[in-house]
Write a protein that binds this ligand. Structure first.
Ligand code: ARG
Length: 445
C-alpha cells in the first residue's frame, strides 16, 4: 500500500537499487564451481514415490542433478559434501507466500504501517525476507500477491544471481472487486486512497483487462479474490466477491495466456464458484463443503489450506493494533478450516503446502508441517505436499520437487528422521539451491 506521491516512481527506483546493491554486497563472492559435486547422506526422501531410502550419493553438475546413486563412493574428482547421518530431501516448496510483508518488520502498529509504510519499504525489506525463506529450506515459492510489482523485480534479481532467495513464481497485483479483499481502501476514510497499481476491477471486461495487465507486468500466475477475507476490512469473511461470469472470465483469460489461477476463497459458495470457473488452486478453503470436496476431486483442483496461521494471528495480532473485527473474523475461520483440512485429507484431495507466510514470519514456513500432521496427514503426505505435489501445481515437475536426474539441484538436509518427528523440518542444516550451497550448518561446504 502506498499513499499517492508525485515522486513515487523515482523513490521506488532508488529503493530498489539500494535494496539490491545492499543484498549483493552481503553475499559471499561466488567461488568457481567445480564440475561435479557429490552430496552424500545416510537417508533420503524419494518424494515422487513417497519412500524413505538410503544411503545416497547425489551427483550434481552445475545447476542440475546428474545422477542419484544408492550409496557407494563419490566419483573421483568430485567435490564431496558428506552430510553423514542426515536425511536429504528435495528443496521445499511453499505455494502461498507474500515476500513483501511480515508482521515482525513493520512499525508494530496496524495504522502506522498503513499510513507510513509503502511500496518502497516493501521493496527494501523483501530481499531479507527472501533470504530467511531460503535459509529455512524453501528453495521455491509462489508469491501470490504483492504491491507495485516488487515481486517481479525480486524474482528477476534472484534469477540473475544478484541476491540470494528462493525460485519464485509471482502473481503481481491480486485481482479483486471494489470493497473486497484486494481493495486496500476499504475501512479507511473516503479522504484516503492508496496509490500504486491496483488489482481492483469490476465486470467481465475489466477483469479480463486486469489479467492482461498482470501478465504484461510479469505475472507467472494469476491470483484473484473469489471471497471475502480475514485480514481486510469488509464485514464478511467468506461471501463471494465476484459473480460466476467474472470468475469465468478471469480463468478463461489467464489460461489463454498460459497462466494458472489461484483463487483466494474462504466461503463454501465462493469455493464452489471458483472451482466451477476452472481455477488451478483454491487458497484457504476454510468453509469448503461436501460439494466443494466433490467438485475439486472431479476437476483435480488443488486445495491449499494455510493451517498454521490461526495460532499466530490469535496470539499476536491484537498486540499489533489489528482492528478487532478482523480478529473476530479469524475466530470464525480457524478451527473450521482445520477440521475441513482433515476432511480434505480423508477425501484424498490434491493438496499443496501453502502457508501464507507474511501473515506469520517468513522463515517459519516449516512450522505448518506439524499442524498438517496433527490434523490428519502422514508426515510423508505433508512432505509430498511441499515437494512433488507442489511442483505439480506449479507446473514445474521438470525442474523441482524431487531428487531426480535432470531437476535443479535443490536439496535440503535435516538431522534425524522427519517421518518420526516432522518438527525436524523446522531446523534445516543444509540448503543447496541450483548446485550452490546457501547454508551448511555443521557440515563442510
Ligand atoms: N490472508 C488470509 C486472509 O486474510 C489469511 C487467513 C488466515 N487465517 C486462517 N485461519 N488461515 O483471509
Amino acid at each position: 500500500m502506498t499513499v499517492r506521491l508525485p515522486s513515487l516512481r523515482r523513490a521506488l527506483c532508488a529503493a530498489l537499487s539500494f535494496a539490491l546493491a545492499g543484498a549483493s554486497l552481503a553475499q559471499d563472492a561466488p567461488a568457481a564451481a567445480p564440475a561435479l559435486t557429490a552430496v552424500k547422506a545416510a537417508h533420503w526422501i524419494d518424494a515422487e514415490s513417497g519412500r524413505m531410502r538410503g544411503p545416497v550419493v547425489v551427483i550434481v553438475r552445475g545447476e542440475r542433478i546428474a545422477e542419484v546413486r544408492d550409496g557407494g563412493a563419490a566419483p573421483a574428482g568430485a567435490r564431496l559434501i558428506d552430510l553423514g547421518d542426515a536425511t536429504l530431501l528435495p528443496g521445499l516448496i511453499d505455494v502461498h507466500v507474500h515476500l513483501t510483508s511480515d508482521p515482525t518488520t513493520g512499525t508494530g502498529n496496524y495504522y502506522q504501517d498503513a499510513l507510513t509504510l509503502g511500496v518502497v519499504d516493501d521493496a527494501v525489506i523483501a530481499p531479507t525476507l527472501a533470504k530467511r525463506t531460503l535459509d529455512a529450506g524453501f528453495t521455491t515459492v509462489r508469491n501470490v500477491g504483492a504491491p507495485g510489482y516488487v515481486d517481479v523485480a525480486l524474482r528477476n534479481a534472484i534469477d540473475r544471481g544478484l541476491i540470494p532467495g528462493p525460485r519464485m513464481l509471482v502473481a503481481t497485483v491480486p485481482i479483486g472487486s471494489t470493497g473486497g479483499h484486494a481493495d486496500d481502501d476499504t475501512g479507511f476514510s473516503s479522504d484516503i486512497s492508496f496509490a500504486g497499481p491496483s488489482g481492483v476491477a469490476d465486470g467481465v471486461d475489466a477483469v479480463r483487462a486486469r489479467v492482461r495487465e498482470d501478465v504484461k507486468r510479469g505475472a507467472d500466475v494469476i491470483k484473484f479474490m473469489a471471497s471475502a477475507g480475514v485480514l481486510s476490512n469488509e464485514t464478511s469473511v467468506g461471501a463471494p466477491q465476484y459473480s460466476q461470469a467474472e470468475m469465468d472470465a478471469i480463468v478463461d483469460e489467464a489460461h489463454r495466456w498460459g497462466k494458472k489461477v489461484a483463487a483466494h476463497a474462504h466461503g463454501a459458495e465462493a469455493i464452489n464458484m471458483a472451482i466451477r470457473a476452472g481455477v488451478d488452486s483454491v487458497e484457504h478453503c476454510s468453509f469448503i463443503d461436501a460439494e466443494g470436496l466433490k467438485l475439486a476431486k472431479a476437476r483435480g483442483t488443488y486445495l491449499d489450506f494455510d493451517v498454521y496461521n490461526d495460532d499466530y494471528i490469535l496470539a499476536e495480532y491484537a498486540k499489533l493494533g489489528t482492528p478487532p473485527a478482523q480478529i473476530a473474523k479469524e475466530k470464525l475461520v480457524g478451527r473450521t478450516q482445520r477440521e475441513n483440512f482433515r476432511k480434505a485429507v480423508q477425501a484424498g484431495e490434491k493438496m499443496a503446502f501453502a502457508t501464507d507466510a507474511g501473515v506469520y514470519p517468513h522463515g517459519w514456513n516449516a512450522r505448518q508441517f506439524a499442524k498438517m500432521v496433527e490434523w490428519g496427514m502422514t508426515p510423508m503426505q505433508a512432505i509430498q505436499s511441499a515437494t512433488w505435489n507442489a511442483a505439480d501445481l506449479l507446473g514445474w515437475r521438470d525442474r523441482v520437487g524431487a531428487i531426480k536426474p535432470g531437476l535443479y539441484a535443490d536439496l535440503v538436509a535435516v538431522k534425524g528422521d522427519p517421518l518420526k518427528d516432522i518438527r525436524t523440518l523446522e531446523h534445516v542444516d543444509f540448503v543447496m539451491k541450483g548446485g550452490h550451497v546457501d547454508k551448511a550448518d555443521g557440515v563442510a561446504r
